[in-house]
Ligand binder design. Structure first.
Ligand code: UD1
Length: 341
């Protein structure tokens, strides 16, 4: 079976994708620098799949290291590139860190892929490229708006770099997947999201509050022009998201792509407000969540949810899990993590 490189394969979305790739029979090689993950994630992957991926600890900013890696693994058929920094606030404070981590590394990998007889490349992009879209649900043709943060900019620039490279590299085929809000964890609770420090994202903040690590959730604004006044997002179960990567990779390796650079939105198509997420959590967990309404968070958009037609029809992929499934699995994972300490 084909050998696939997964960069950032011990991270949240990466680890779930490694599981789905191994379940599908792919041979997986993981590169991770462990800057925002832990080697123990491998145990979870092995326990779920019964297969041990190859793991190499490598910082992709080490250009010589990347070259050496591809020399050793010249039979790689595809790369799923998750490794990147992703904290919006941090990117505003340290833009060069983000440009170096997210852009240089992408360039080094693409340079190696140009040398291969053929390669498929899947890029982790984000719905953040659309900003506050003029029309909802958001299609792939929506305008890419001026990025709000260096993090968002690295996703836009990353897409452009890949598109430009594909134009001059017939042996390279790529898909950029624009994720909406990935949440939840594997149903076994053997892998999941492990935010370092205070979580910035809604769902880990909810589960950490319910388990008692945080005192209360602050809901950032209830005066938005939405039905209940809180912001609306499209929360997609990470297992559905992981499966989409396998489908996208199959498309490239089986030459089913329509052009050698494509983009797809990955969301559920349903928008949920912050209060609806809290209610879904309370329903599936039976816990009452402490929360208060506070002022708006700078940079938040009002509403974003995906038009999933292109992904459904072209990729032949659709979500199978809903928000309650995601909250149930996130809660189960939180309980397991805290028991382990
Ligand atoms: C955020 C990033 C986005 C990035 C994504 C990656 C910002 C502005 N956007 O998306 O660029 O791609 O994470 O995961 O940082 N909320 C609360 N209280 C909290 C946390 C969140 O009310 O403690 C609300 C937010 O206002 C928002 C919703 O929950 O309406 C989701 O927030 P979050 O999980 O941070 O995701 P995004 O803001 O959509």
């Amino acid at each position: 079976m084909d050998k696939i490189l997964v960069t950032g394969g011990l991270g949240f979305i990466g680890s779930h994708t490694v599981v789905e790739l191994q379940n599908e029979g792919y041979e997986v090689v993981i590169i991770d620098d462990l800057s925002n993950s832990s080697e123990s994630v491998l145990d979870g992957i092995i326990s779920i799949t019964g297969k041990t991926p190859i793991f190499e600890k490598l910082d992709l900013k080490d250009k010589a290291g990347v070259e050496a890696f591809f020399k050793n693994h010249n039979d790689i058929k595809g790369v799923i590139h998750f490794a990147a920094s992703k904290a919006v606030g941090e990117s505003v404070k340290e833009p060069l860190l983000y440009y170096e981590n997210n852009i240089s590394t992408l360039v080094y990998i693409l340079k190696e892929l140009q040398k291969l007889p053929s390669a498929g490349f899947i890029f982790s992009s984000s719905c953040t490229v659309y900003g506050q879209a003029d029309e909802l649900p958001i299609t792939e043709n929506a305008t890419v708006k001026q990025a709000e943060s260096p993090y968002g900019n690295t996703k836009q620039i990353g897409e452009e770099i890949i598109s430009d490279t594909c134009k001059v590299t017939p042996n390279l085929k790529a898909i950029a997947l624009r994720y909406f809000n990935p949440v939840g964890s594997h149903e076994t609770a053997k892998i999941g999201e492990l935010p370092i420090g205070v979580p910035q994202n809604l769902v880990p903040f909810i589960t950490q509050t319910a388990i008692g690590i945080r005192q209360e959730l602050s809901i950032f604004g209830d005066d938005y022009p939405t039905p209940d006044g809180t912001c609306i997002r499209d929360y997609i179960h990470v297992v559905d998201l992981a499966k989409a990567h396998v489908v996208a990779l199959n498309r490239l390796l089986q030459n089913k792509n329509k052009s050698n650079y494509e983009t797809f939105n990955l969301g559920t198509g349903t928008g949920s407000s912050v209060l609806e997420v809290v209610q879904a959590f309370e329903k599936v967990s039976g816990e009452k969540l402490n929360y208060k309404i506070v002022g708006r968070r700078e940079g938040d958009i009002i509403s974003a949810y995906a038009n999933t037609t292109k992904a459904n029809e072209e990729l032949g992929w659709k979500t199978e899990l809903n928000l309650e499934d995601a909250m149930r699995s996130a809660w189960k994972w939180e309980q397991v993590v805290r028991k382990k300490g």
